[in-house]
Design a binder for this molecule. Structure first.
Ligand code: ADP
Ligand code: MG
Length: 625
């Protein structure tokens, strides 16, 4: 039988320390949190060799009174919790009373500290948990903590450290988070003698974000601000086009503390659904404030994981805050026109110009071939009543067009010399006029049977007609919930396999809510009796197959699956690039796009339109300087 020993205190301390201090960044995090708790407005962190050989944290906070200094280094010594019930109300960052004790157990620590009330400060040294020095000293108000030779007495742990550079990077990440969550504090980080980070401490989040994430990202951010049901959400989120390939630029702070919360991340990303490209992640810096008693931060020793007593409330508030921000703060992307290469002719005298012109090879001017309008090779999609499919409800001439027609007739009447115009001429005339009551929207034309070009005010918009129509149909489907349905004269059976069949059969009611009428037909097949009205019959089978795929997609929630199915429907029903579209349809589509803030991206996140400002064109043509 092995004998049971009670561990000597020094070994027990070392084991406990291991839980708090894993690497230099853990010390920096705890020490900076102490400085923040102490009310500092300037915090400077200096590290050498990634913090392994040297860390110094200087703050101008409240300092520690001479008598209290040794106590601060004892385990469970804290000025932040008095009694057990305080645990529910923790508003300070540190509260375990372990950080200083753990740090001094595994390194050589030195502290200078002074409170405003004291005439002198304290100089204290403690190594491996043993006090070495405690004396009076002249020093400024605040605290400087110096940590040298981390793990000098625990070589085994030393081995787990990464290269200096990566330890330094982890320290840097800690400071970035702290600076972002405390814009009122001026932070500085000095790595091996070089200042690598500095914030102004002016209290503005935008300023801190600019200093830390850089100009490019800052320029894409829009403010989010909302209080809902006791949850306050504020901060900055990126425009959907600026989403990144990773989650590296996502910062969540809960009651001032950096946290990783699946709920908050999911709520934010959900708000970008259908706006951001698939596989891209939003950039955000969000501060979420909720009553302290509804969150348990004590779940994980490093305290970045949190648990909410009411997940749904937090989700809803964050989702709405972000969604509102995107809807109100997003603007269409501007098409970058490349700066013209230095124009050789710009600075030439007339004489020089003539010389050059003479030397230029004569350019052959070929007659431009007449544009051949190709009809789409796919069978034309006609509804039974022979209305082109894209001339359904959403594109039927509305009041606007009728008004135009009346106006034109009037013009014709007023103008005595003009003979009564025939219908086609009238239509041509319509194109030349400025159209609608929002009458600045003017159809300029269409390029490649794909991009509708309109002009509104001093802006030209290039609209991808498929993306735009797809988005409009998608929004319509989402709004209607129960979509209009059309019965198929001859029901079709669709063969599915394995998981897809199972998923389809167990979600039949979901599909039937959106205008389908699908039945289990046994033998791994389903019978389709009706499809959403906007689809053409030829698409029925492929939409069902796609829907089955969406329903099988890993771990997706109902909302996502419905969206995916609606995407398929909208995509199939939308005008295709390359199709011929009439001017009225083009204009109507453009009006819809420009009038509706929610038609910014296609459901897959591709932009629907780009804009070019007149000002920029004029600049590029040298009309203005
Ligand atoms: P905790 O922060 O959990 O209380 P620590 O071990 O981090 O435990 O610190 C112990 C105590 O030392 C704190 O409660 C605080 O009173 C004091 N302290 C530590 N760092 C500072 C600082 N930079 N300025 C003022 N007081 C400090
Ligand atoms: Mg602390």
């Amino acid at each position: 039988m092995p004998k049971i020993n009670v561990l000597p205190k020094s070994i027990a301390e070392l084991i406990a320390a291991g839980e708090v201090v894993e690497r230099p960044a853990s010390i920096v995090k705890e020490a900076v949190e102490n400085a923040i708790d102490a009310g500092a407005s300037h915090i400077t962190v200096e590290i050498q060799r990634g913090g392994i050989s040297y860390i110094r944290i200087t703050d101008d906070g409240c300092g520690i009174a001479a008598d209290d200094v040794p106590k601060a280094f004892l385990r469970h010594a804290t000025s932040k919790i008095g009694k057990a019930c305080d645990l529910d109300q923790i508003s300070t960052l540190g509260f375990r009373g372990e950080a200083l004790a753990a740090t001094c157990a595994v390194s050589k620590v030195e502290m200078f500290t002074k409170t405003a009330e004291e005439d002198f400060g304290t100089h204290y040294k403690i190594e491996g948990g043993e006090e070495i020095l405690h004396e009076e000293v002249g020093c400024p108000d605040g605290t400087t903590l110096i940590v040298r030779d981390l793990f000098y007495n625990t070589p085994a742990r030393m081995k787990f450290l990464k290269k200096d550079v990566s330890e330094g990077t982890t320290v840097s990440a800690i400071i970035e988070r702290q600076a972002l969550s405390n814009p009122q504090i001026a932070f500085k980080l000095i790595r091996d003698g070089k200042q690598t980070l500095s914030t102004s401490g002016d209290g503005k989040l935008t300023g801190a974000v600019y200093s830390i994430l850089g100009r490019e990202i800052s320029n894409t951010l829009i403010p989010a601000d909302l209080t809902l049901d006791g949850v306050t959400v504020s901060g900055l989120v990126c425009k959907p086009v600026a989403c990144r390939a990773s989650r590296a630029y996502q910062f969540t702070f809960l009651n001032g503390r950096y946290v990783q919360s699946g709920t908050i991340t999911a709520a934010t990303e959900q708000a970008y659904k259908n706006s951001a490209m698939v596989g891209k992640f939003p950039v955000f810096v969000l501060n979420v404030k909720i009553p302290f008693e509804t969150v348990d931060v004590n779940v994980h020793p490093a305290k970045t994981q949190v648990r909410f007593s009411d997940e749904k409330r937090v989700f809803t508030a964050v989702y709405n805050a972000v969604k509102n921000a995107i809807l109100s703060g997003d603007t269409r992307p501007q098409l970058e026109i490349n700066k013209p290469k230095t124009n050789t002719f710009l600075h030439m005298t007339t004489e020089q110009y003539r010389q050059t012109a003479v030397n230029l090879p004569a350019q052959e001017i070929k007659p431009q071939p007449k544009e051949v309008i190709k009809t789409p090779s796919e069978p034309s999609r006609l509804k039974s009543d022979n209305t082109p499919f894209f001339l359904r409800d959403e594109f039927k001439p509305n009041v606007t067009q009728k008004k135009i027609a009346v106006d034109i007739e009037k013009t014709a009447e007023e103008n005595k010399e003009t003979p009564v115009k025939t219908q086609p001429e009238l239509q041509e005339k319509t194109q030349e006029r400025e159209y609608s009551p929002k009458d600045e929207i003017k159809l300029v034309g269409e390029a490649f049977n794909t991009y509708i070009i309109v002009q509104k005010g001093d802006t030209i918009f290039l609209i991808d007609k498929h993306a735009a129509h797809e988005r409009i149909l998608f929004n319509k489907l989402k709004e209607n919930h129960v979509a209009e349905s059309q019965s198929l004269l001859v029901p079709i059976t669709v063969k599915l396999i394995g998981d897809e069949y199972t998923a389809m059969v167990s979600n039949i009611s979901l599909l039937n809510d959106y205008g389908f009428e699908v039945e289990d037909f046994g033998n791994e097949s389903v019978m389709v009796r009706a499809i959403p009205a906007m689809l053409s019959k030829e698409d029925a089978e492929s939409v069902i197959v796609e829907a089955a795929g969406s329903l099988t997609a890993k771990g997706s929630v109902d909302l996502d699956r419905i969206d995916d199915i609606l995407h398929s429907v909208a995509c199939k029903a939308a005008i295709k690039a390359g199709y011929i579209t009439s001017d009225v349809e083009k204009l109507n589509l453009a009006i819809k796009v420009l009038d509706d803030k929610d038609v910014m991206y296609c459901p897959h996140g591709r932009p629907v339109a780009f804009e070019i400002k007149k000002y920029n064109l004029e600049k590029h043509f040298g009309r203005i300087q």
